[in-house]
Write a protein that binds this ligand. Structure first.
Ligand code: LLP
Length: 386
């Protein structure tokens, strides 16, 4: 029909092209994440190619696998880190890394953690008044970036909205004067302002809006040269969902840049470079028909991928073994964990699926393995790169 014909056709995803290789990589028990470095390279290069962004830092919380980090670094991105563990991972992966390629943006971090980052010489973001008012000596002579709460929550789920009156992140705009005074008193120079309003945003004008809020806030300061508009660049949850167009993000930010040529624009995407580059593979353990529902059981579940349970996130689920077969009816795809929330996808059209078939859960390169647990003492999926 006409409507279907008018829909933009998504290019064949990498995991469909490489499905024979993926089937061979699937373990007999549990699960395995596979990351396609070519896809990461392409997505990271696209981010690095946003002309109006002066510097992009990959939010490594999304996927800190060393090979992933190396691929992203080679594409020209730096790193946004939030913990001593992430700083350590960078140290191990890139001996001698220029600390200015690193942006330390923790929240509610201890004074010891800030001291360690200062010792390393990374860029520093402060997300509240406490560090400046309680540990002023630490910041004497330091250049700092202040994280603001732009009071404009965004994101795919309430749990990933990091702005607005309920958020624990950033400095509320009405405390900006106090923050400026505290920084001055501590002897720190505020060289930048930052905001990250949420995750999974697909509206291209979002980062310009954030930049405009930061620019307004910057008027009260004299040394600001950086506006960090955060991360949050979303990826589609299905073949039909709208995709974020980076050239539109660029065009939007270019208008901001035109009005504010004196500022550098920084960005810190986590999900975008890696999400679509990952699949979680697992074999089918059992099939059950109950109360009109077909349950397809996998060897791994919420212990490897918590996003569906935690955020109601939707991931595309495909039977790689029977990729060319038509769907025969709807199914719920579940894991082996003793929780009703261990539901990876409900009401999915699936082919006649059998024990031993290989199932791929797509777009799991971001916030997948890194959020896994050993609940039920089931080892979460391991990780390989291809
Ligand atoms: N910058 C800051 C300060 C952040 O807090 C985050 C993510 C990012 C950048 C990167 O955001 P991204 O570009 O990846 O959206 N576990 C959730 C996402 C939590 C994001 C936390 N902060 C999920 O699986 O959707």
């Amino acid at each position: 029909n006409d409507t279907a014909a008018a829909k933009p056709q998504r290019p064949t995803p990498w995991w469909a092209t490489k499905r024979d290789q993926l089937i061979k990589l699937t373990p007999q028990t549990g699960g395995r994440y596979v990351y396609d470095l070519e896809t990461i390279k392409a997505r990271a290069s696209a981010v690095a190619g946003i002309k109006s962004v002066n510097r992009a830092f990959y939010a490594m919380k999304a996927n800190p696998h060393p090979e992933v980090l190396k691929t992203i670094f080679a594409a020209g991105l730096g790193f946004e880190c939030v913990s001593p563990g992430e700083l350590m991972r960078l140290k191990d992966t890139f001996p001698g890394l220029d600390p200015k390629k690193v942006l330390f943006t923790p929240n509610f971090a201890s004074r010891h953690e800030y001291a360690a980052a200062i010792e390393l010489g990374t860029n520093l973001t402060i997300d509240g008044l406490h560090p400046l008012t309680h540990w002023p000596d630490m910041f004497r002579g330091a250049e700092i970036i202040l994280r603001l709460n732009p009071d404009r929550p965004r994101g795919h789920h309430q749990h990933v909205q990091t702005a607005g009156p309920k958020a624990k992140f950033g400095i509320p705009l009405d405390q900006l004067d106090a923050a400026r005074e505290a920084a001055a008193k501590a002897g720190a120079t505020v060289i930048g302002l930052h905001a990250h309003a949420g995750s999974g945003v697909v509206e291209a004008n979002h980062w310009r809006e954030i930049g405009a809020i930061l620019a307004r806030a910057a008027e009260g300061f004299s040394d600001i040269r950086i506006l960090n508009v955060g991360g949050g660049l979303g990826v589609p949850e299905s073949a039909e969902a709208p995709a974020l167009d980076l050239s539109k993000v660029d065009a939007e930010l270019a208008t901001l840049k035109q009005a504010l040529p004196d500022y550098e624009i920084w960005m810190e995407p986590g999900r975008y470079p890696v999400a679509e580059a990952g699949v979680l593979l697992s074999g089918v353990t059992q099939i059950k028909h109950a109360f009109g529902t077909r349950f397809i059981g996998l060897g791994t579940g919420m212990n490897s991928l918590i996003r569906p349970a935690l955020y109601g996130a939707r991931h595309e689920i495909v039977n790689l073994t029977r990729y060319d077969e038509d769907g025969t009816g709807m199914a719920s795809i579940v894991g082996p964990i003793c929780e009703s929330a261990d539901l990876l996808g409900a009401d999915r059209l699936m082919p006649d699926t059998r024990e031993g078939d290989v199932i791929a859960i797509a777009e799991t390169g971001a916030y997948g393995a890194v959020m896994a647990s050993r609940y039920n003492l089931r080892e979460p999926a391991d990780e390989v790169v291809i």
